[in-house]
Design a protein around this ligand. Structure first.
Ligand code: NAD
Length: 276
C-alpha cells in the first residue's frame, strides 16, 4: 500500500531527530507534505543538546528526497506566539493542515526523588512535554475543526501509563498528555477531528535518526550508559528495544484514513512492557 497520506499536510514538532525524524520520513514516503518544527538550539536547564538547525535541515532534505514539499520552522513549543506563527506559516504554505504530531519533548533534567526536584525543573518538564502539546492543539485544532477533518497524534510514553522511580516530572507530564488526549478527543469529535496518544516503550538510540533520549534517560537515572540498551530491553517482554520506525508506523496509521473511527485511544508501542 502506498500513498496513504497523499494530499495531506502534516505538522510535526521535535522533527530535527529521533522519533520526529523517523515519523517525518514515514509520512513523506506515503505522500504527505510536511511542516517540520523544532527548537533547533540548546536550552538552559536541559543538560544535553537538543536538536540543532542542521539536524532539522537534514530531516527536511531526507523528506524532500521522498518527494515531499517541506516547510521548516524554528519553534519553541513553550511559546504560544511562536507556535501560532508556525501554524500560520504552514497553513499559508499548504492551504490546509490535516495531521498534527505532538512529538517535541525532553527527558527529565535529572533523576531525583519527587521532593528533590527544583521548581524550575518541574516547570520546564511540564511546559514542554505537556503544555507544548496543548499550545499546538490550541492553534492547529481550530483550523482542523473549521475544515471538519484532522488527526492529532500525541507522543506520550509508557511513563503516561505507569510510574517510574525518580522520574516524577516526566511521568506527570506524560500522564497529563494522556489526559489531554482524552479530553480533546471529546471536544473535537463533533468536528470530525481525531485525537489519539501513542505510548512508546524504550526506543533504541538509532544512529540513522541521531536518537539519544534513551541514553539521556539512562544518565539521569544513573543507569550505566554502556549497558543501558540491554537494561531497558530486559523490561520489554518481546525482548527488544522499540525501533523509531515502530513508532512512526503507528503514527502513520493514526494519520491515515485507515484509523478513521479511532479517537481518544491510548495505544502502546512498548513490546508488552505495560501488560506486565
Ligand atoms: P529526541 O531528544 O531525540 O528528540 C526530541 C526533539 O524535541 C529534539 O529534536 C528537540 O530539539 C525537540 N524539542 C525539545 N524541546 C523543544 C521545544 N521546547 N520546542 C521545540 N522542540 C523541542 O527524543 P526522542 O526520543 O525522539 O523523543 C521524541 C518524543 O518521544 C518525546 O516526546 C519523548 O518523550 C517521547 N518518547 C521517547 C522515548 C524514547 O525511548 N526515545 C520513549 C517514549 C516516549
Amino acid at each position: 500500500m502506498t500513498g496513504r497520506l497523499d494530499g495531506k499536510t502534516a505538522l510535526i514538532t521535535g522533527a530535527a531527530r529521533g522519533l520526529g525524524r523517523a515519523t517525518a520520513m514515514a509520512f513523506a514516503r506515503e505522500g504527505a507534505d510536511l511542516a517540520l518544527l523544532d527548537i533547533a538550539e540548546s536550552l538552559p536547564g536541559v543538560p544535553y543538546p537538543l536538536g540543532s538547525a542542521s539536524q532539522l535541515d537534514h530531516t527536511a532534505d531526507l523528506c524532500r528526497e521522498e518527494g515531499a514539499a517541506v516547510l521548516v520552522h524554528h519553534t519553541d513549543v513553550r511559546h504560544l506566539d511562536q507556535v501560532q506563527e508556525a501554524v500560520n506559516a504552514a497553513a499559508a504554505r499548504f492551504g490546509h493542515l490535516d495531521v498534527l504530531v505532538n512529538n517535541a519533548g525532553i527527558a527529565a533534567p535529572s533523576g531525583k526523588a519527587t521532593h528533590e526536584i527544583e521548581e524550575d525543573e518541574w516547570q520546564l518538564m511540564l511546559d514542554i512535554d505537556l503544555s507544548g502539546a496543548w499550545r499546538l492543539i490550541r492553534c492547529a485544532g481550530r483550523l482542523m475543526a473549521q475544515r471538519k477533518t484532522g488527526s492529532i497524534i500525541n507522543i506520550a510514553s509508557t511513563a503516561g501509563l505507569v510510574g517510574y522511580r525518580h522520574f516524577a516530572g516526566y511521568v506527570a507530564a506524560k500522564h497529563g498528555l494522556v489526559g489531554l488526549t482524552k479530553a480533546a478527543a471529546l471536544d473535537y469529535g463533533p468536528h470530525k477531528v481525531r485525537v489519539n496518544a501513542l505510548c512508546p516503550g524504550s526506543v533504541r538510540d538509532a544512529p540513522h535518526v541521531e536518537g539519544r533520549m534513551l541514553a539521556e534517560i539512562a544518565r539521569s537515572l544513573d543507569v550505566p550508559v554502556d549497558e543501558h540498551e540491554q537494561i531497558f530491553m530486559r523490561d520489554q517482554p518481546m525482548n527488544a528495544l522499540i525501533e523509531p520506525e515502530d513508532v512512526a508506523d503507528s503514527a502513520l496509521w493514526l494519520a491515515s484514513n485507515e484509523s478513521r473511527q479511532v479517537t481518544g485511544a491510548v495505544i502502546t508501542v512498548d513490546g508488552g512492557f505495560s501488560a506486565r
